[in-house]
Design a protein around this ligand. Structure first.
Ligand code: DAH
Length: 340
């Protein structure tokens, strides 16, 4: 009997396979309830006393050998599966995929684009690195014009010509008018740069949307109607006022306020108790600008407007610090889920 067990031990030690089913068959054959080991254990009581010790030791040897073999074969199999890229239990529930969300600046930009494209405006873009002509001179801001100080500029090169980071998206209107003849209806979203101290209310990099409409007989009333339509669509409010202002590229110029209301404490705070909020600048395109872009001001007139996207997004979502837009903090970004 002991020899039989020893023969099994040799068999077990020599056994080899790389098929999972074979390993399982082997395990059941030796270690299963009705397996070889249990059969030997059942024999134990019939073994003469003087052989019991050696018999017991030998079956234990067989048991350990069988267990070790099964373990080793299983390990070899799972290593092989990993090599093939097959991992563990395929019926396990999948891991949740974290979907990204649009940045609030993109969401507001897309909303503005949608609103204007419904009334026939297309989208145009220009370079962030600009020359003096497109950012200043063509917009009626010649060299040494004091209004250049309204926008602190990052210069990249100052000689022989000025190359700079654009301070506003108004530069795109110049490029668009140089390339296209009226009628023109275009909006130009983009990033702009100003050498300003970073604070809760201002940043040195931000986004603007510029609008331009040039055609025959465009009037200030057309401008006002367009802006009213826009504020109604975006904020659900169409009560606006146009406050006289100054921009070198428009004449007359105005700042646009919308009536925000005074219902809540926040309304009082953000409107400084007036109920009114400034949202953009606008005006009738200065004839000098049209001339600079080879459009005859005798034949055509038009309006332009420009607004900061951050400012609008801060109003829409009640965000109190502009720096939050650029910190990429997921706790902030995850609050904005949108498909547009
Ligand atoms: N470019 C101006 C700024 O950055 C905004 C602006 C005002 C644009 C009036 C316009 C406009 O087109 O007509 O502050």
């Amino acid at each position: 009997m002991i020899d039989k067990i020893k023969a099994h031990i040799a068999d077990v030690e020599n056994f080899q396979t790389d098929v999972a089913e074979e390993v399982e068959k082997f395990r059941i054959e030796y270690l299963g309830k009705k397996g070889i080991l249990n059969a030997f254990f059942a024999e134990f009581k019939n073994v003469p006393n003087e052989q019991k010790k050696e018999f017991g030791q030998t079956i234990n040897e067989l048991k350990t050998a069988a267990q070790n073999k099964v373990e080793a074969l299983k390990n070899a199999l799972s290593d092989k599966q990993e090599e093939k890229g097959v991992y563990g239990d395929l019926s396990r529930p999948g891991e949740e995929i974290n979907l990204g969300s649009r940045h609030p600046i993109s969401m507001v930009k897309n909303q503005i684009i949608d609103i204007f494209s419904n009334i026939g405006f297309n989208v145009s873009e220009g370079p962030e690195i600009e020359d003096d002509w497109h950012n200043f001179t063509a917009l009626n801001l010649p060299e040494y014009h004091p209004a250049r100080d309204m926008q602190d500029t990052f210069f990249i090169q100052t000689n022989p010509e000025d190359i700079l980071l654009r301070t506003h998206t108004s530069s795109v209107q110049v490029r668009y008018m140089e390339e296209n003849k009226p009628p023109i209806r275009t909006i130009s979203p983009g990033r702009v740069f100003r050498n300003e101290a970073i604070s809760a209310r201002s940043h040195c990099i931000f986004h603007q949307v510029e609008g331009l409409y040039i055609d025959k007989d465009v009037s200030f009333a057309d401008l006002k109607q367009t802006l009213q339509y826009f504020t109604q669509q975006l904020f659900g409010k169409s009560k606006i006022r146009l406050r006289p202002s100054y921009f070198p590229f428009t004449e007359p110029s105005a700042e646009v306020d919308i009536y925000w209301g005074l219902k809540t404490e926040t309304d009082y705070r953000i409107t400084k108790g007036t109920g009114w909020l400034e949202i953009m600048g606008c005006g009738m395109v200065d004839p000098n600008v049209l001339k600079n872009c080879n459009i005859n001001p005798e034949d055509y007139s038009g309006f332009a407007f420009g607004m900061g996207i951050e400012r609008i997004a801060m109003l829409l979502y009640q965000i109190s610090d502009i720096r939050m837009f650029y910190e990429n903090d997921l706790r902030f970004l995850n609050q904005f889920k949108s498909v547009i």
